[in-house]
Write a protein that binds this ligand. Structure first.
Ligand code: ARG
Length: 264
């Protein structure tokens, strides 16, 4: 009899443990078990769009937006860090499903990859050393030494400046360092990234001159044969209309987002 009682106590204890385990499992943040894994390339050297923290974690406007898009479309995102220059060929080779990296939608790029509807209004700007008085506008860049990021729209723009001597770099931090070192006279790069870095004290000694050189829009890129573009576009429409986009924009830019066109 005593033995039987002990067994009952054991059974109740085991059931209790089982319930506790089930409760813990269901309260764990789940990554939507049925969700499709989406490998998304990004070059995290571009404040405030994609930034790599000291512990290796990624953050930024694009990262927040991509996560919101994934949540809406039922994807689980896995970010893959890649140099900006290799992103288009990596997409074409099918090694990643998509790329988000402040990538400007251009007619040239549309020949080889697909873009989502525009998700950010951007443009190029000229940056010089703070004490530079000679370079005030585009005209004064003729024949100057200019640093740009390899494979960027800034690099394409610099090629159109008569007699400019262009140095190419893999990332923003490198070409700004070259400017600070006095090796080049100016940098042509994305205005929002440059202004954000200046305003946050990350580019001491550098200023932006003149108005924006271009009007550009960023899009999420996939290969031409991707089955995911419709889902991505629908999710962008959802986050634009339900206030999520506005919230992310305000978090990073402390401003109201501008109107965006609805096709690339
Ligand atoms: N918007 C420019 C382009 O598409 C530069 C983007 C650079 N992005 C980056 N994550 N480094 O060419």
């Amino acid at each position: 009899m005593k033995l039987l009682k002990f067994k009952w106590q054991q059974i109740i204890l085991c059931l209790g443990c089982l319930l506790l385990i089930i409760a813990c499992q269901s309260s764990r943040p789940s990554t939507n078990p049925g969700a499709k894994l989406l490998k998304v390339a990004t070059d995290p050297t571009f404040v405030p769009f994609e930034i790599q923290k000291a512990d290796g974690k990624l953050e930024g406007f694009d990262i927040d937006l991509m996560n919101a898009i994934a949540a809406s479309a039922g994807f689980t995102v896995q970010f893959e860090k890649l140099p900006f220059d290799g992103m288009i060929s990596t997409l074409q080779a099918g090694k990643v499903d998509a790329a988000i990296s402040g990538i400007t939608i251009t007619p040239e790029r549309l020949k080889t990859i697909s873009f989502s509807r525009p998700y950010f209004k951007a443009g190029l700007a000229i940056a010089v050393r703070e004490n530079n008085q000679d370079i005030q506008n585009l005209n004064s860049l003729k024949g100057r030494k200019i640093a740009v990021q390899i494979g960027s729209t800034g690099a394409d723009f610099a090629k159109t400046i008569p007699n400019a001597k262009i140095s190419t770099f893999n990332s923003g931090p490198e070409f700004f360092q070259d400017l600070l070192n006095g090796n080049v006279d100016a940098v042509i790069g994305d205005a929002f990234a440059t202004l954000y870095a200046i305003n946050n004290g990350q580019l001491k000694g550098i200023k932006v001159v003149a108005d924006l050189l271009t009007e550009e829009y960023y899009g999420i890129a996939t290969s031409k044969s991707s089955p995911h573009m419709d889902a991505i576009n629908n999710a962008i429409a959802t986050v634009l209309s339900n206030g999520t986009y506005k919230q992310i924009y305000q978090k990073w830019f402390k401003a109201e987002p501008p109107q965006l066109p609805d096709s690339p």
